[in-house]
Structure formats: structure tokens, C-alpha cells
Write a protein that binds this ligand. Structure first.
Ligand code: TMP
Length: 244
């Protein structure tokens, strides 16, 4: 990044820089992948670019469906321009199919289709290892009003309807995903962060009977082929959205 722009924040997968316009930021996607709160870490050449391009397409779809997001435009293949937000320190996970931590912490069997989406809210706090919260604990911490919490939950449910149907069109099962929200400069709640195979579980519907993960589980579970999987997701999205 041109050193005219100041690094505001560096996360595990992205760097956020200032923009000439104080209400905007530049978000650079990194090639690093982490899992289990960065206990596991590896660099995958090209991951940043793929996640940036995939996220941009998904944000465009959400914006077309009237979901407020921070996405403005791509600056280049691994940098997007976004609205500057005050991040709400919550990770909103929506699950359509049981997998991952849900199956480690309950008796629900992996792969069970949930009769309605399950929303799990975690505290975005690496020191505390992103603990699972309750509504009462969220209220106690004064992170946001119950009105704003309901708004975020409703947006997450709406986003699920849009994304589930979009991914089904490209033969992918949207198992679960994680979202982050924030307040823009007018104090409106908008969707932030990224939507990519780093924070969604996507299973290939072209495969019968076996689970083929085309997401970060390839790294989390040492399956190999992470870049190939992300490239396949990007290809399917682009082929589907290509004007005829
Ligand atoms: P989990 O089953 O490990 O709780 O993950 C649920 C979803 O949230 C899955 O799509 C991966 C995503 N996720 C993140 O994006 N960041 C995280 O730190 C964690 C734990 C999960």
C-alpha cells in the first residue's frame, strides 16, 4: 500500500488503511490463513485476491437486495474501498446445517439439516478466545441496544435467504457463515468485514453422499487444496454472474 495511507488496524486476514476521504477506508486482503485463534497459521499465495474478489461480488448481490453494507468498490484485485465503520465487537454466526463447533459442543450430528436457521453470537475478542454469548450477557456488556441487536439478527436472517439461494444456483450448500456489523458515520448499522470461503462453510452439491468442503475447512482440517477450492468458488460465481 502507498505509504501515504496510514494503517488503522491489522487483523488476521486483512489490513485497514485510511483513505483520502475520512469516511472511507481501504481494506487490503492478506494471503495468511489462521485457525483456532491463530494457533494454526499458513500463507496461501493468492488467497487475499480470491477473497477480495469473491467478497466484492457477494456484497454487490446483497446491495442489489437492499442490504446495507460497507462495500463501495474494488480498488484493485486485493484491495476494496469501503465505508468507515465503528465495528460492533460481535461475531454473528448463522447455521443452516450442523457442523464445526456446534457439533463439538452439543450432541447434534454433523450434517444435520436444521429445521430453522440457528444464530450463535460470539464476542469478538481474541484474548478471551471469542466466547459464545447469551442475550443477557450482551445486554450486561452494553455493547449495543436490544433494538440494534434485533436489527442485526433480522439482517443476518435476510442475508441468509439471499445467499442460500445464490449459492444453490452455483451448486453450493451454504452450511454456515459469520458476519460482522458496524455503525457508519450517520450511525446506521451496516454489514462489514468480508463474505468469503474464509468465513462461510460451502459444500459442493455436485458430490453425492460425501462432504466436499470448498472453504477454509480445507486448512482447518488439513484437507489440502485450499487455493483450488477458493478458485472454484470464484469461477462458479463469475460464470453465473457473467452477462450472456
Ligand atoms: P464454527 O463452527 O467453528 O463455530 O464456525 C461457524 C462459522 O463461522 C464457519 O463458517 C466459520 C466461521 N468462523 C469465522 O469466520 N471466524 C471464526 O473465528 C470462527 C470460529 C468461525
Amino acid at each position: 500500500m502507498n505509504n501515504k495511507y496510514e494503517l488503522i488496524y491489522e487483523g488476521k486476514a486483512k489490513k485497514v488503511f485510511t483513505h483520502d476521504d475520512a469516511n472511507k477506508v481501504k481494506i487490503e486482503f492478506k494471503d495468511e490463513a489462521t485457525a483456532f485463534n491463530a494457533l494454526k497459521k499458513e500463507k496461501f499465495e493468492g488467497k487475499g485476491k480470491l477473497n477480495c474478489l469473491i467478497s466484492a461480488r457477494i456484497f454487490e448481490i446483497l446491495i442489489k437486495n437492499n442490504i446495507p453494507t460497507h462495500f463501495i468498490e474494488l480498488e484493485n484485485e486485493n484491495t476494496m474501498i469501503a465505508k468507515k465503520i465503528k465495528v460492533i465487537p460481535l461475531e454473528i454466526v448463522l447455521r443452516n446445517t450442523a457442523y464445526g463447533s456446534l457439533c463439538k459442543q452439543t450432541t447434534i450430528k454433523p450434517g444435520t439439516l436444521l429445521s430453522k436457521p440457528l444464530i450463535d453470537i460470539y464476542l469478538k475478542n481474541d484474548e478471551l478466545n471469542d466466547p459464545l454469548l447469551t442475550k443477557d450477557r450482551i445486554e450486561l456488556m452494553n455493547i449495543l441496544s436490544s433494538h440494534d441487536l434485533e436489527l442485526i439478527i433480522n439482517l443476518t436472517l435476510q442475508i441468509n435467504v439471499i445467499l442460500k439461494s445464490f449459492f444453490k444456483n452455483i451448486q453450493l450448500q451454504l452450511v454456515d457463515f459469520k458476519l460482522e456489523f458496524g455503525y457508519d458515520f450517520t450511525n446506521n448499522i451496516i454489514l462489514g468485514d468480508e463474505i468469503s470461503p474464509d468465513n462461510c462453510r460451502l459444500w459442493d452439491l455436485n458430490q453425492n453422499d460425501i462432504i466436499v468442503s470448498l472453504d477454509k475447512d480445507r486448512f482447518r482440517n488439513d484437507l489440502g487444496g485450499l487455493i483450488e477450492a477458493y478458485t472454484e468458488i470464484h469461477r462458479r460465481i463469475n460464470d453465473f454472474l457473467k452477462p450472456n
